[in-house]
Design a protein around this ligand. Structure first.
Ligand SMILES: Cc1ncc(COP(=O)(O)O)c(C=O)c1O
Length: 411
């Protein structure tokens, strides 16, 4: 039956845009295409056997209780508090709130603190899901730049805080930024926590990649420096265990828990009891460290393959970030190339990436691309980067000398 679109939608229902990242996911399943567009952890590292055994244990031991509605699972909150402690954050299980992943944590906190029209501070280049809960909610968005070596520009954050009216929210990605690959510099972390406290601006620390460091020394999250309950930490099992679990957590002050719980109830009531129990079991049996070690090794090797291939094929033409963890490399092409326009040529050569312009709040950075290394094997990474370089060089052919200095990695 033919229908015409004749529905009166809410402002938010109209303003929200579909995440381009999710649209690009279908390239990840076309076997002909080497997809550097994804945001998935290494498939073969997913803890299939471990989770199967933990699910079995839970169903056998807990029976029907594992399949019921239930309050947040206390042992999982306790295990998460231990994980936080290991990362330098002291919190009690009562400060841990289980979510269905960081996207839900972002949505809850944006609803808790932001009314449409309120000012919010986000990075000029940032994860599309952060744009959805700020720009998409009608916030008056103030953007701050992010340096490819040092992370977010803290002076710019302070300047945005000092402007009236005072922002209601700051959202940052701490480690191995999506899409930039950079982490917030050690010396900036304490200052950010201090600024949030001083200006009374809730700082949402979105940290789905913090445990995925494959080189360099771990840094404490911003939350580790928070004495005043102004930093809201978001952690996720999506990348550290499996995206399909749809489980994550928030660390927030106990006195806000009733508000957070009520907001969350209005969305989907609660997270799945069965998976909360299975993950608590997985953590309780001490399986996570071995799993993370394997994941880090695989991701690190793939990142190396990508950096080598970029050096081989695009040296002197492009610059790129050199991540110490996470899943993404950010590539800057010569200024007059538009990675969105090159996308179809890349698909014709059977390689996909995410045009960087989609991460730019103001639509700039069109000469950039985000490349994923975590879910592609090293051989395919080398071939994919070679194909991509072919596309870039063809586009450059009629152009004069490339503007970037030779050998030009960003760091
Ligand atoms: C920076 C960032 N925040 C949040 C999310 C959403 O994560 P989750 O699967 O935990 O909802 C992602 C997923 O890619 C991300 O990269």
């Amino acid at each position: 039956m033919a229908t015409t679109f004749d529905y009166a939608l809410s402002t938010e229902g109209t303003r929200l845009e579909r995440s381009v990242l999710r649209e690009l996911l279908h390239y990840a399943v076309d076997p002909e295409i080497i997809s550097l567009a994804g945001g998935l952890p290494a498939g073969e590292c997913l803890p299939l056997q471990g989770l199967r055994e933990c699910l079995d244990t839970v169903l056998t031991r807990d029976g029907f209780r594992a399949l019921q509605y239930s309050p947040q699972h206390p042992p999982l909150r306790a295990r998460i508090a231990e994980l936080m402690e290991a990362r330098g954050v002291s919190c009690t299980p009562e400060q841990v709130f289980i979510t269905n992943g960081n996207q839900q944590g972002l949505a809850i906190l944006s609803r808790l603190f932001l009314d449409p029209g309120d000012p919010a501070v986000i990075e000029e280049v940032t994860f599309t899901g952060i744009q959805q809960v700020t720009v998409g909610r009608g916030a008056e968005v103030r953007t701050v730049p992010t340096d490819l070596d040092l992370g977010v520009d803290v002076d710019a954050v302070e300047a945005a805080f000092r402007r009236e009216p005072r922002p209601r929210l700051l959202v940052l990605v701490t480690d191995f930024h999506n899409p930039l690959g950079v982490s917030i510099a050690a010396e900036s972390r304490e200052r950010l926590a201090r600024l949030a406290a001083e200006h009374r601006v809730p700082l949402v620390e979105d940290d789905p990649y913090g445990s995925l460091r494959f080189t360099g020394d771990p840094l404490p999250p911003v939350k580790a420096y928070d004495d005043e309950g102004m930093v809201f930490y978001l952690g996720s099992f999506s990348k550290m265990l499996a995206p399909a679990l749809r489980l994550g957590w928030m660390v927030a002050p106990v006195e806000l828990m009733p508000r957070i719980t009520t907001l969350r109830e209005s969305l989907d009531l609660e997270s799945t009891t069965l998976y909360q129990r299975a993950v608590a079991e997985f953590l309780g049996q001490g399986r996570v460290e071995g799993h993370l070690a394997a994941l880090r090794t695989t991701h690190g090797a793939r990142c190396d393959a990508m950096l080598e291939a970029l050096g081989e094929h695009l040296s002197g033409v492009a610059r790129w970030s050199r991540p110490e963890g996470g899943m993404f490399v950010w590539v800057e092409l010569p200024a007059d190339l538009d990675a969105t326009e090159l996308f179809q040529a890349a698909i014709a050569k059977k390689v996909a990436y995410v045009p960087g312009g989609f991460f730019s709040v103001h639509g700039g950075k069109r000469n950039t691309m985000r490349l994923n290394f975590s879910n592609v094997d090293p051989e395919a990474i080398r071939e994919g980067v070679a194909r991509l370089a072919g596309v870039v060089r063809e586009a450059l052919a009629p152009h004069p000398v490339p503007p970037h200095p030779p050998g030009g990695n960003s760091r």
